[in-house]
Design a protein around this ligand. Structure first.
Ligand SMILES: [Zn+2]
Length: 187
């Protein structure tokens, strides 16, 4: 089932996700629906908050992005990220590196808005799998960026929170349009 995606202004986007103690049938269905909704919207990631559910659950898939590199390592060995897509982030934790790089980001909850966000270049991720195991890996490039963006959602944090005061001023009008349910004109 394709969910309508929650837009900026809905308080659920500011809610920290609850830990999912057990993978129930309901959670399995939600994961399926998140994947279907993300694919339908042609996004690279989607968090449960974006379909109105404040849970520690998000999905990521960078398969369709061919112009931005994604990197992934397991036990320090470089692996092909595409073999691990789609990624399901269930009760994830991440460790960030201090080194950051700016890169363009958008968000399905902010249609039409895009700007550069600083993110750690390489992150360590620990997530639970659907069959109750722990999956640890490192990610960089677009994949690392997408995971940091989704991890933020799970904490009730949004990509606009990374802007400095000047950046916030620049997008103020666009945010007002979104709050009024209007489209952002594309220049
Ligand atoms: Zn987002």
């Amino acid at each position: 089932m394709v969910y309508p995606i929650v837009r900026y202004g809905d308080p659920v986007l500011r809610q920290k996700g609850k830990i999912i103690p057990v993978v129930t049938q309901e959670i399995r269905k939600l994961v399926e629906d998140l994947l279907e909704t993300m694919n339908h919207a042609e996004g690279v990631g989607l968090a449960a908050q974006q379909v109105g559910k404040a849970l520690q659950l998000a999905v990521v898939d960078v398969t369709l992005v061919t112009n931005r590199e994604s990197r992934m390592w397991i036990k320090d060995q470089s692996v092909d990220p595409l073999e691990y897509m789609p990624l399901i982030l269930l009760n994830p934790t991440i460790e960030l590196t201090k080194k950051k790089v700016f890169g363009n980001e958008g968000c399905l909850s902010f249609p039409g808005l895009g700007f550069d966000v600083p993110r750690s270049t390489r992150i360590k991720v620990k997530t639970q799998t659907m069959d109750g195991k722990v999956f640890e890996f490192e990610a960089g490039g677009l994949l690392g960026r997408a995971i940091q963006h989704e991890f933020d959602h799970l904490q009730g944090k949004l990509f606009i929170d990374h802007l400095d005061s000047e950046g916030k001023r620049e997008i103020k009008e666009d945010l007002n349009l979104l709050l009024q349910g209007k489209e952002i004109p594309q220049s």
